[in-house]
Design a protein around this ligand. Structure first.
Ligand SMILES: Cc1cc2nc3c(=O)[nH]c(=O)nc-3n(C[C@H](O)[C@H](O)[C@H](O)COP(=O)(O)OP(=O)(O)OC[C@H]3O[C@@H](n4cnc5c(N)ncnc54)[C@H](O)[C@@H]3O)c2cc1C
Length: 343
């Protein structure tokens, strides 16, 4: 990573060949492929750090993965990428069993991977060597129509401006549509209809420091797979937290129903529903994260999409290829290849 934010108030717009919006797994892998092909690339992200939904947070002594929990590697190209992450010390095997709803496990030979120090370790590893600008929230994307050679103008919320010949767009699709609409970009009607139909499940995540071991069975995770609790992980047993610290994910219906509820209600509902929890939360050691766009409900066919009728711009992310980390990776690569055929 070479920069932390776009300089506020700088007069001249920053110019790049390709602007990648989003430093999640899709954006970072797309950026690498484009840089390897010789293009100037800037990656921007509104978050304070990289990773997007590969998200790790500290609270007191505790370390919590509160977005993606693990990833599989059955696709050969992705497995080769994961092997590179493992060799670099960024990823580690967590477990290789299927978690059943009743708490039992069934060996299935498929490795489930985690980031070595949490899921963001992977994104931090991928950001090395790229020009990534965090804390840079775009407000709009406009087509440049001032006779200066075309391309895109991206306005950052603080008023600074970036110019790019081409875009890779990896935010959840509703956020991408908002950015284009804010810049007055009118999509072709059929494409707009296809993209506007994409919806996502929300997910409420509760992170709790515990006053003792969680009592969760091997491998330190439970997948009730329903409502109110979809998933529970013991971050200490996972190997990323030095102290007992659990992450609880609500199921999609519970997340919808409790979306606007006070944190206390979300916390008490979810913690009370964790099967066999053997410890209590530490006072002041509980937080809630609301993921509005956790996973696509209705995704899109294929691996990427060109935006029609505008300067080069492609969509990538987990809306394609199966709504998970491996799919986001495959989509990032596919988007870069598609863009390379256009620029
Ligand atoms: C609670 C939860 C649990 C999950 N569990 C798993 C799991 O166990 N296994 C699995 O494989 N997957 C899981 N997933 C899904 C997985 O996290 C995603 O599929 C994957 O991380 C998506 O990567 P991405 O690059 O497509 O998108 P993201 O990681 O969402 O990246 C998009 C980026 O765009 C940025 N952005 C958006 N708008 C702007 C803007 N205006 N300006 C600048 N930047 C912007 C965002 O900050 C974000 O960083 C889970 C997700 C959640 C939320």
């Amino acid at each position: 990573m070479t920069a932390s934010s776009v300089p506020a108030g700088s007069a001249a717009p920053v110019d790049t060949g390709v602007l990648v919006i989003g430093a999640g797994v899709a954006g970072l892998l797309a950026a690498h492929r484009l840089v390897d092909a010789g293009h100037r690339v800037i990656v921007v992200d509104k978050g304070r750090g990289v990773g997007g939904r590969l998200a790790t947070r500290r609270m007191g002594e505790g370390v919590f993965d509160h977005g993606a929990q693990f990833f599989t590697s059955s696709d050969p190209a992705f497995a080769a990428e994961v092997a590179r992450w493992e060799a670099a010390g960024a990823a580690r095997l967590w477990f290789d069993t299927r978690l059943e709803a009743d708490g039992s496990t069934v060996p299935d030979g498929h490795p489930r991977w985690r980031g070595t120090t949490g899921m963001t370790a992977i994104a931090k590893h991928l950001a090395v060597g790229l020009d990534v600008r965090t804390s840079t929230r775009l407000a709009s994307l406009e087509v440049v129509a001032d006779g200066s050679g075309g391309g895109w103008r991206a306005l950052v919320e603080d008023g600074t401006e970036l110019r790019a010949g081409a875009l890779v767009l990896t935010p959840p699709v509703p956020q991408t549509l908002d950015l284009l609409a804010a810049g007055g970009v009118e999509l072709d009607l059929a494409q707009h209809a296809e993209l506007a139909a994409v919806t996502y499940h929300p997910c409420l995540a509760v992170m709790a420091l515990l006053d003792g071991p969680s009592g969760l069975p091997e491998p330190g995770a439970l997948r009730p797979g329903g409502e109110p609790v979809d998933w529970v992980a013991d971050n200490q047993r996972k190997g990323i937290s030095p102290v007992p610290a659990i992450t609880v994910h609500a199921g999609p219906t519970t997340s919808h129903v409790l979306w606007d509820a006070p944190d206390e209600e979300v916390i008490s509902t979810l913690l009370a529903a964790v099967p066999g929890l053997a410890a209590a939360p530490v006072a002041g050691g509980v937080q809630v994260q609301r993921w509005r766009y956790a996973r696509p409900d209705v995704g899109l066919e294929g691996s990427t999409r060109k935006i029609s009728g505008v300067p080069p711009a492609v969509l990538a992310g987990d809306v394609f290829d199966g709504a998970r980390v491996p799919g986001a990776a495959a989509s990032g690569w596919a988007a870069a290849e598609l863009l390379l055929s256009m620029i």
